[in-house]
Design a protein around this ligand. Structure first.
Ligand code: COA
Length: 330
């Protein structure tokens, strides 16, 4: 009898723009201090994309690296999914730009919008496509150029974000390697007002008024988001472990969405995990929304922090609000 298809991560890649912006640099833009940013968020620096470098460009670079790691060519792909809230354009999808830039004309392409949970949502989606036999090789990218959607006059948000992209290739797992064991997704639309970019949609179409009222940049209730994030992200890690039929003790590394080091540390404490079992790069990269977990995964792999046979947990929470988690056996 043939075994059921199981999806796995065949390769990872990431890309960070060249320009590094430190907290000292941010002090020149808004009334803030390195001390405030570090103590409240753990962020020391972030990468900013160049003016002519778009979400699709960063996506394509991360994608090529993931393809190389998987030993595949763009023409091997069946589908390209880009998780982003900062697309090149309202339409067409950023995934269509990536398809052309990468040279994968045979692949279907679309974007998903689940904010900071976008990449982990996408992992569930790609897994379902592979395990149903519908598609064999999927390129999943999390990418953001958040600097195009930040209110540079709002010191409460502009210091928190950076640009970048991360990518994985999802396909049938060979010998159970890098297999996605569980997926969990949820959303709470009643919390939609906590984090949003209100302008530019059909509710507030672009106009002089929406520009004057700064509706095209990110608005956030940071305190509320903080409280909810710690609780629900901790719960989601446990839910993913339960669905994978493992205990938290068996998880070697948790890779959480990198929004704020205090949120990450609080999750670690709540789950009683030692520091070395929770991945952190928010100090160097800041919050890159949908790209965050994808970049962190690639960095963890490259740094040798994930060994064959170990269980890794992904967890993310973001605007919507959305929440997602997953367990992968490396
Ligand atoms: C944004 C965040 C760092 C703010 O931290 P906080 O401890 O809640 O800080 P507050 O909002 O209470 O602000 C405290 C003071 O610092 C000030 N402040 C805000 N941003 C500042 C900055 N960059 N530099 C200096 N002071 C700043 C505020 O104006 C406020 O001053 P006031 O007391 O005189 O009004 C924190 O709430 C957070 O990280 N939230 C989650 C954000 C997040 O993860 N978003 C994405 C989720 S996917």
């Amino acid at each position: 009898m043939s075994q059921p298809l199981r999806a796995g991560i065949l390769g990872t890649g990431s890309y960070l723009p060249e320009k590094i912006v430190t907290n000292k640099d941010m002090e020149k833009l808004v009334e803030t201090s390195d001390e405030w940013i570090v103590t409240r968020t753990g962020i020391k620096e972030r990468h900013f994309a160049a003016a002519d470098e778009f979400t699709s460009d960063m996506s394509t670079k991360a994608a090529q690296r993931a393809l190389d790691a998987a030993g595949l060519k763009p023409t091997d792909l069946d589908l390209i999914i880009v998780a982003t809230i900062t697309p090149d354009m309202q339409t067409p999808s950023t995934a269509c730009f990536v398809q052309t830039k990468l040279g994968a004309p045979q692949a279907a392409a679309f974007d998903i919008s689940a904010a900071c949970s976008g990449f982990v949502y996408g992992l569930s989606l790609a897994r379902a496509f592979v395990e149903s036999g519908f598609y064999k090789r999927i390129l999943l990218i999390g990418a953001e150029k958040l600097t195009s959607f930040i209110d540079w006059k709002d010191r409460g948000t502009c210091v928190l974000f950076g640009d970048g992209a991360g990518a994985v290739i999802i396909g049938p797992s060979v010998n159970g390697e890098h297999e996605i064991l569980s997926s969990y997704m949820s959303a709470n639309g009643s919390e939609a007002d906590l984090l949003k970019i209100p302008g530019g949609g059909c509710r507030f179409p672009s106009s002089l008024e929406t520009i004057e009222n700064r509706l095209h940049s990110l608005k956030m209730d940071g305190k509320q988001i903080f409280k909810i994030a710690v609780k629900v992200m901790s719960e989601a890690v446990l839910e993913a472990a339960k669905r994978a039929n493992i205990t938290l003790d068996q998880v070697s590394l948790v890779i959480p969405h990198q929004a704020n080091d205090r949120i990450i540390q609080a999750i670690g404490e709540r789950l009683e995990l030692p520091k070395e079992r929770v991945f952190v790069n928010v100090d160097r990269i800041a919050n890159t929304s949908a790209a965050s977990v994808a970049i962190a995964l690639d960095e963890a792999v490259k740094a040798g922090k994930i060994q064959k046979g170990q269980y890794v947990a992904f967890v993310a929470f973001g605007a919507g609000t959305t929440l997602a988690s997953s367990i992968v056996k490396w």
